[in-house]
Write a protein that binds this ligand. Structure first.
Ligand code: SAM
Length: 213
């Protein structure tokens, strides 16, 4: 908040579909009234050409403010270096103008928040922890299950049913906990994943899998 209240403009990524930023919503009541929050629209697509046009346009908006002599900040959910649109924005800004000084302020990731909500250790002693994305489906879970003691799966929303089926095949259903809206209104912690398998959780949902009892 100290940084956010000392910049001229705040940028926040949003989907071009709905022009809403939860990150902006969270910080807005703590900001000085006069600080503008500019939404940077990113299309929710895997089309590389469309994405690179959006990164270029958005990076240009940030660079334009900085070259006017303004200090600006970009906000994101959780940590900016973890599965965040900020990574793409940062790389594009650096390519276009390597002299712009960028300072990263680390955030609390969704899986740190979720493990704290559940009160379950993420990783300890000699154990390993692997973080995977469920966006392409359950395949990555199968790939790493024998090589990691603890697994975090983000982006479980699209292929939720397939992921739950795979957990069952791997005898991991009782070891997995689903956390939705961690740290937010409506936070939900589900231990018994075999119940309600038809209910697709919201986008902000994460699976914590700990093999050890
Ligand atoms: C684009 S990534 C953002 C990750 C974020 N930068 C972080 O530090 O965790 C979005 C995914 O992170 C997870 N996520 C983010 N915020 C969450 C929350 N409050 N509760 C549960 N999962 C969350 C979900 O798996 C969601 O699909």
């Amino acid at each position: 908040m100290r940084v956010l209240n000392n910049v001229a403009v705040i940028f926040s990524a949003t989907s071009t579909k709905n022009a809403y930023s939860l990150a902006a919503d969270i910080v807005s009541s703590h900001l000085k009234k006069e600080t503008p929050i500019v939404l940077l629209g990113f299309p929710m697509t895997y089309n590389k050409d469309k994405l690179s046009i959006a990164w270029e346009e958005n990076a240009r908006k940030v660079i334009d403010s900085v070259t006017k002599g303004l200090d600006v900040a970009c906000i994101t959910l959780g940590d900016p270096m973890t599965y965040s649109t900020f990574g793409y924005l940062m790389r594009t800004i650096k390519e276009k103008d390597p002299d712009i000084r960028i300072k990263i302020i680390p955030g609390i990731t969704s899986y740190q928040a979720a493990s704290a909500s559940v009160g379950q250790v993420l990783v300890e002693g000699d154990e390993s922890l692997t973080i995977v994305s469920g966006a392409p489906g359950a395949k990555k879970l199968k790939d790493i299950i024998d090589h990691s003691d603890n697994i975090i799966m983000v982006k479980v929303y699209h292929h939720y049913k397939e992921i739950i089926r795979t957990l069952d095949e791997l005898n991991l259903t009782s070891k997995a906990i689903l956390v939705s809206h961690s740290g937010l209104d409506g936070e939900e912690i589900v231990h018994d994943l075999k119940k309600n398998t038809d209910k697709i959780p919201p986008y902000l949902s994460i699976l914590l899998i700990r093999k050890k009892d």
